[in-house]
Write a protein that binds this ligand. Structure first.
Ligand code: ADP
Length: 236
């Protein structure tokens, strides 16, 4: 399969082009904070509860709140029905989501508490961990939880010998490498960095820089989603 020809990718994008992204804050009335992200064909909800008292008590930290993250893929989110419930992949993504978000949340303000972050992948098309983290940080802000910054996440990788931004499903399946990151825009700090496949040191650096550019674009969309909500014109 030819994934890239004359600089144009299989889905018509240029190398440094993101898929279309829409972000909406405050979409679920029952949660303390929420967000919805449509990113290419990915459809992702994030819902936040808390901070609230943590039970069982022995899990409490006297110096900070704990962040509990749960990433879940709906059975109908992929082509072959996915067996419901946690699997190795969702446990791993829940864990990296927590460790990505923790540095941006002021957990020290809420000792002995828990903040719950639930991420539901309703439709998947590669890049769901980035879409989930992007949605979760907007949902945390929407819940009024104090944060150092929002946390956009985006991947870059190597496809058909070229470094490209934001891999789609075919590129993820048949490309050489995928490198998702989450970046704290204000400091440039990276709180998620994963990679699979093979790239040279130079290619990794190029992919990292491209993914950072993607994060900056997503950051603007996150801020806009929150402004939209507080301007009250969320169209619902
Ligand atoms: P990410 O979604 O963060 O890119 P992966 O690289 O693990 O994470 O997965 C890539 C894509 O593979 C997913 O976005 C999804 O489209 C697809 N996928 C993941 N798990 C399954 C599954 N159990 N069945 C079918 N497709 C899946």
């Amino acid at each position: 399969m030819e994934l890239i020809k004359d600089g144009i990718r299989i889905d018509g994008r240029k190398k440094d082009e993101l898929r279309e992204i829409k972000i909406k804050a405050g979409v679920l009335k029952r949660a303390d904070g929420s967000a919805y992200v449509e990113w290419g064909m990915n459809k992702v909800y994030a819902a936040v509860y808390g901070p609230r008292e943590l039970y069982p008590r022995f899990l409490r930290r006297y110096d900070k709140a704990i962040l509990q993250c749960r990433y879940n893929m709906a059975s109908f989110s992929v082509e072959e029905r996915k067996r419901p419930g946690p699997d190795r992949r969702s446990v791993e993504i829940s864990k990296v989501t927590r460790s990505a978000l923790e540095p941006v949340v002021l957990t020290e303000n809420f000792p002995e508490s828990v903040i719950n972050v639930n991420i539901e992948i309703v439709q998947a098309e590669a890049g769901t961990r980035c879409a989930g983290i992007t949605a979760a940080s907007v949902a945390l802000a929407d819940a009024g939880i104090p944060m150092r910054d929002l946390l956009p996440a985006c991947a870059a990788g190597k496809v058909g010998g070229e470094i490209v931004l934001d891999l789609c499903k075919e590129e993820d399946n048949f490309g050489e490498s995928d490198l998702p990151i989450a970046m704290v825009p204000r400091t440039g700090g990276i709180t998620l960095l994963q990679m699979d496949g093979l790239m040279t040191e130079e290619e990794i650096e190029e992919a990292l820089n491209l993914a950072k550019k993607g994060c900056k674009i997503i950051y603007e969309k996150q801020k806009e989603a929150l402004k939209q909500k507080y301007r009250g014109n969320n169209n619902d």
